[in-house]
Design a protein around this ligand. Structure first.
Ligand code: HEC
Length: 118
C-alpha cells in the first residue's frame, strides 16, 4: 500500500515543526537569572515551580503558593524586602547568603511561575 499523500505531507510538516522546536530550545538553553539561586536556597520549601510540597505545607501553614493571585498582591520590591528582612519564624533573611542582585533576580524568577511580568 502506498502512503497517502496527505498523510505524507502532514508527517513532513510535523517533523519540520519538531526540529524547529528543538532548534529554538537549544538557542534558549541559557538558564534564567535567579534560577540557580532559587534552586539552591528556596526550592526545598517553596517547590520547583513555587508550589510548596505537601510536607512543607504541613510543616509551615503560612507558606504561600507563588501564583498569579500571590503576585497581584506582592510586588517584586516586596519580595526583595522579604528576602532582606525575612518574615515570620521560618522565612529567614537571605541578606547574608544572596547579593542584592541575586535577590532581585530570584524575585523576578519566581514571577515566571505565574506567568506574571509585573
Ligand atoms: C525553611 C523553608 C523556607 C525557605 C528555604 C524559603 N522560604 Fe520563603 N517562606 C517560607 C515560609 C514558612 C513562608 C511564610 C512566612 C509567613 O508568612 O509567616 C515564606 C514566605 C515567603 C514569601 C512571601 C512573603 C510575604 O510577603 O508574604 C516569599 C516571597 C518567599 N517566601 C520567598 C522565598 C525565596 C525567594 C526563598 C529563597 C531565597 C525562600 N522563600 C526560602 C519558608 C521558606
Amino acid at each position: 500500500m502506498k502512503a497517502h499523500p496527505v498523510i505524507a505531507v502532514v508527517a513532513m510538516a510535523a517533523a519540520a515543526a519538531v526540529s524547529t522546536i528543538k532548534f529554538a530550545s537549544a538557542a534558549t538553553m541559557q538558564e534564567p537569572a535567579g534560577k540557580t539561586a532559587y534552586e539552591e536556597n528556596c526550592r526545598k520549601c517553596h517547590g520547583v515551580r513555587g508550589v510548596p510540597p505537601k510536607t512543607m505545607k504541613a510543616k509551615y501553614e503560612k507558606i504561600p503558593t507563588f501564583n498569579a493571585a500571590f503576585f497581584d498582591a506582592h510586588s517584586e520590591d516586596s519580595v526583595v524586602k522579604v528576602l532582606i528582612k525575612g518574615k515570620g519564624e521560618n522565612m529567614k533573611s537571605f541578606k547574608t547568603k544572596l547579593t542584592q542582585q541575586e535577590m532581585v533576580d530570584v524575585a523576578k524568577y519566581i514571577r515566571s511561575f505565574a506567568g506574571a511580568e509585573k
